[in-house]
Design a protein around this ligand. Structure first.
Ligand code: MTE
Length: 303
């Protein structure tokens, strides 16, 4: 798998782990610690992933503190239960308003795309956040391949529906399957990814293997996991969360500290792994790349 460095990561932000350790004076102090002695395996943590001067959230936290209601509603349940999901073979149906509709194997979906690395902020509507080093490719590049027609105004995504593999679907927590959607310009924005991995490894099941959406300026629930269908549609899709609580979850769900959730403020957030809360940034810090898409829109109305 080819991993291309993305233009949004400066060389200085990806540091060799050994360089990083020596910078921290662990090795120079002469205690004689080796990487192995520190229990650091060269694969998973070969690099220190940073966004600006912030280090990425630990692999452990990203993969054990999850929301994936198909495997239970606690934060621990997905990591405990998602091993029952069979991600190979996997196929994705592309349909609706496009010229190349069909059902494709995951291999065919992935084949033409170079896998890039993108380190993004991730903000859940519940008020917690992470920094995640994703591997994936731009959704826009996939969309172009399937030639949407002029009627395609939105893209709708669906998660696998299989209560045998996904025990949470045996309960009516949501109207399964999980559905999400984006406006076409949001889907084509160069920040929007289809992720296949994180921390340089394949996506763990609990994080949405084998293919999930990543839209870093929106609340986490837009980032639909384990996708089996991508549909080009004329009308705005109704997402699983809009269906469940339309006054709480809107279609856009852009991170916005000035628009509270009906039951809690969105002004601050807790970065997982930190104690003190920090201010939430407009569009999760991606204003420059995305604000123009919402010019003239009342973001309180279109929440
Ligand atoms: N996708 C599916 N299919 N089912 C889910 O329950 N939860 C969403 C989103 N995607 C969810 C989903 C929510 S609420 C969040 S915050 C993120 O996934 C969590 O992603 P993570 O567990 O990788 O941090």
């Amino acid at each position: 798998m080819l991993i291309k460095k993305s233009p949004d990561i400066r060389e200085s932000e990806v540091t060799d782990y050994s360089t990083y350790l020596s910078r921290r004076d662990f090795i120079k102090t002469g205690i004689g610690l080796s990487l192995a002695g520190l229990g650091i395996s060269s694969n998973a943590y070969a690099k220190v992933y940073k966004l600006g001067d912030e280090e990425a959230t630990s692999y452990k936290n990203i993969t054990t503190y999850n929301n994936f209601y198909e495997f239970g509603t606690s934060k621990e349940a997905p990591a405990e239960n998602a091993h029952t999901l069979k991600t190979s073979p996997w196929s994705v149906t592309i349909n609706g308003e496009c010229e190349k509709a069909g059902t494709y194997t995951l291999e065919d979906i992935l084949k033409p795309h170079d896998i890039e690395e993108h380190i993004y902020r991730f903000r859940c509507v519940e008020g917690w956040s992470m920094i995640i080093p994703w591997q994936g490719f731009k959704l826009g590049d996939l969309i172009k391949r399937f030639k949407p027609t002029s009627k395609a105004k939105y893209v709708q995504f669906e998660t696998l529906y299989d209560p045998k593999q996904m025990p949470g679907q045996r309960r009516d927590v949501l109207d399964w399957p999980y559905v999400e959607g984006l406006r076409m310009d949001e889907a084509m924005n160069s920040l929007t990814l289809l992720a296949t991995g994180l921390y340089g490894k394949d996506l763990p099941n609990q994080n949405g293997a084998p293919l999930r959406l990543v839209v870093p300026w929106k609340y986490g629930f837009k980032n639909i996991k384990s996708i089996v269908r991508i549909s080009f549609v004329e009308k705005q899709p109704i997402s699983a969360w809009m269906k469940a609580a339309p006054n709480e979850y809107g279609f856009y769900s852009n991170v916005n500290p000035n628009v509270p959730h009906p039951r809690w403020s969105q002004k601050r957030e807790r970065r997982i792994g930190e104690l003190l809360k920090r201010d939430t940034l407009m569009f999760n810090g991606y204003t420059e790349q995305v604000a123009s898409m919402y010019q003239g829109m009342d973001l309180k109305k279109f929440f």
